[in-house]
Write a protein that binds this ligand. Structure first.
Ligand code: FES
Length: 164
């Protein structure tokens, strides 16, 4: 295979990451993060190249892709909203917030708006139960959330850190 994803620069960075681990394949997650941050997502082609780089079956990479919600096959919107649906957040109304977002954005969980501005996902506990119900919006943890606070996030066309 002629690598399209692992450019010489990316391969060098992947090698540097792998050198920190006693077994090369243990670096699969950070290298996958590197690929995703570089390309915005991990395509099917990228999965194959990752498997080849680590000399593991492509099914192993697919398993990591499906197990960890932080990896995705298609780029997410500019504002990526990941609402926690686990116990604390659920008891405090996460499902209502998800439904509200679906109605406001006119998309379902797992989808991106046609203008590429917003993506909506639901995820398991993000370890921030003290601010339940909460969501990760891009890299920030925001909560406790209400419909009003979600409106604020949506109207700001979220692109950076805000306080809610
Ligand atoms: S249950 Fe939502 S952050 Fe823990």
């Amino acid at each position: 295979m002629n690598p399209m994803i692992f450019t010489p620069e990316l391969k060098k960075r992947a090698d540097q990451i792998s050198a920190n681990y006693p077994v090369q394949r243990a670096a699969a997650l950070p290298v996958m993060r590197l690929i995703q941050e570089t390309y915005g997502a991990i395509s099917g082609e990228a999965e194959l190249e990752i498997a080849e780089y680590f000399q593991i079956p492509p099914a192993d990479v697919r398993e990591l892709m499906t197990f960890y919600t932080l990896f995705y096959s298609k780029p997410k919107g500019k504002c990526h909203i990941q609402v926690c649906r686990t116990l604390s957040c659920n008891l405090l109304g996460a499902q209502k917030l998800i439904k509200y977002l679906e109605e406001k954005l006119k998309i379902k969980v797992g989808e991106t708006t046609s203008d590429g501005q917003f993506s909506l996902d639901q995820v398991e506990c993000l370890g921030a139960c003290e601010i339940a119900p909460m969501a990760q919006v891009n890299k920030d943890y925001l909560g406790p959330l209400t419909k009003e606070k979600l409106d604020q996030i949506l109207s700001l066309n979220y692109a950076g850190k805000i306080q809610v």
